[in-house]
Ligand binder design. Structure first.
Ligand code: HEM
Length: 474
């Protein structure tokens, strides 16, 4: 009886889990340069719930890679746990009306407006666009000349967003926006930008040559083009357009209200930033694993070849082995180490801990995906795991979960499958060298070191005709 009372007391004690409430200078450096290592060390020492300052602040932050804990995070009521600005998310220059920054009811309303184009028939309408853009980019590869797969995948996913989401046609606005956005996104991967992000004190405009000043001016030019595009669409409405900006402009909330120009601008930037590099990086990893492990490539080609030439995108979407390869790619090195941070709003019990309001909880995707009890030999790439068993949304979470689950998850999986099927069916590729590729930090994401260098060995014999007849205009 006494021990029961003690147990109960222990359960309700509002104490933080063990770990590192702050980081030493050396640990900070390690967090910037070798984040997976420092997370794994903490998990080995402290287990699957530990204190760790993901972002520099005095607020207590807890990392969780325990499926029961993650279930609590993803299913908690909004009054108990929320994300967005309240959880410290300030998307860099994306704007306060971005889905990422919103919380509570406003977040719910905006998600409802944004979700439909990313699913079902509407999403599948982009299949041909994705295939054509892939063929265009691949047609620039030269036999025996090494190239970076990540750069090629970025070219594809970037154009997919500009055409499918922004609805831009080739022309001067498309080119100008491409140039400005490329400057913006390339800079986002530098170590200096990570430091800018992690230390808000450095976010000051000291003129057009200072890093923050450059960023602000670049964003102002991007905004001008986006607002001009929105104004033009408003003055010449065209109900036949199926791009996501047009669908967002036509959407109405429960009170019959459309999205404002500011909301549209913030969401366009959000979709670009959240959707472009994540998909490209995941694709680069997929190409690496498929060519690093010949048996995986062979099995995949067998499945793809059984479809014949120019298969329907819907058929590609349903291929079991291709699906398992994409899932394992997103498991082994998820591009985002964490789901978005959630802030506790009223006391929340997870395991033996009671978390007090203000505490930040982060579901760690990487550590959960590397649990031995869920994924035996977690460092091995084994697509078969996904053919042999089903994982719960709290065990497998490359797209996060709950009310914040990535709105582009179905679109990203669709794009990955179409790009992989198009390239693998038509081209014979090989890794340019046999060095294993390691994950490295790229801004807030994790990606393959050196972008995965590959060479084209030739076209696959059965694909010659398809390539000659495929349209290259989008
Ligand atoms: C392989 C590609 C992608 C991965 C791995 C990925 C991953 C994620 C993750 C982990 C989250 C946080 C979810 C949470 O905290 O529970 C997220 C949120 C989000 N993602 Fe993705 N994403 C990908 C592609 C995309 C695409 C293609 C788009 C749209 C074009 C997109 C748009 C978003 C948005 C808007 C959010 C915020 C959702 C919210 O706050 O309600 N993502 N994504």
């Amino acid at each position: 009886m006494v021990s029961l009372i003690l147990e109960e007391k222990k359960m309700l004690q509002p104490k933080l889990p063990e770990g590192s409430p702050t980081l030493s200078l050396l640990q900070k450096l390690q967090w910037i340069t070798k984040p997976l290592e420092i997370l794994e060390t903490h998990a080995q020492i402290y287990g699957d719930i530990f204190t760790f300052p993901i972002n520099p602040s005095d607020i207590p932050q807890v990392v969780i890679s325990n499926p029961e804990g993650i279930q609590k995070i993803f299913t908690a009521d909004l009054k108990q746990l929320d994300s967005g600005k309240e959880a410290g998310i300030k998307p860099l220059l994306i704007g306060e009306r971005s889905l990422l920054a919103l919380s509570g009811e406003r977040h719910k309303r905006e998600r409802k407006l944004l979700m439909p184009p990313f699913h079902g028939e509407r999403m599948r309408a982009y299949g041909e666009l994705i295939r054509d853009l892939t063929e265009q980019v691949a047609s620039r590869w030269k036999i025996s000349e090494p190239f970076s797969v990540r750069s090629s995948m970025q070219a594809i996913s970037f154009q997919v967003i500009l055409k499918a989401v922004f609805g831009l046609e080739d022309g001067s606005c498309y080119q100008k926006l491409t140039q400005l956005l490329t400057q913006r996104l390339e800079g986002a991967k530098s170590i200096f930008r990570i430091i800018l992000l992690l230390f808000p004190l450095l976010q000051k405009d000291w003129g057009p040559l200072s890093p923050w000043g450059r960023l602000i001016r670049n964003q102002q030019q991007i905004d001008q083009l986006i607002y001009a595009e929105i104004a033009e669409r408003r003055s010449q409405p065209d109900s036949s357009r199926i791009d996501i900006l047009s669908l967002m402009m036509a959407a109405r909330d429960e009170d019959g209200e459309p999205m404002t120009d500011l909301e549209l601008r913030d969401e366009l930037m959000t979709l670009l930033v959240a959707g472009h590099e994540t998909t490209a990086t995941s694709l680069a990893w997929a190409f690496y694993w498929i060519h690093h492990l010949p048996q995986v490539r062979e099995k995949l080609l067998q499945e793809l070849d059984s479809l014949g030439d120019n298969p329907d995108p819907n058929t590609i979407l349903k291929l079991p082995y291709l699906n398992a390869v994409c899932k394992e790619t997103l498991r082994i090195y998820p591009v985002t180490m964490f789901a978005l941070p959630r802030v506790v709003k009223s006391p929340l019990q997870i395991g033996e801990y009671q978390f007090e309001p203000g505490t930040i909880l982060s579901a760690c995707i990487y550590l959960t995906h590397h649990r031995e009890d869920l994924y035996p030999e977690p460092k091995q790439f084994k697509p078969e795991r996904f053919l042999e068993r089903q994982f719960s949304p709290y065990e497998y979470l490359p797209f996060g979960g709950g009310n914040r689950r990535c709105i582009g998850y179905a679109f990203a999986e669709f794009e990955m499958k179409i790009v992989l099927a198009t390239v693998l069916s038509h081209w014979e590729l090989a890794l340019a060298d046999s060095k294993p590729v390691k994950p490295v930090r790229r801004g807030l994401l994790m990606g393959p070191s050196e972008g995965v260098r590959m060479v084209v060995k030739g076209k696959r014999p059965q694909s010659q005709e398809v390539f000659q007849t495929a349209s290259s205009s989008v």
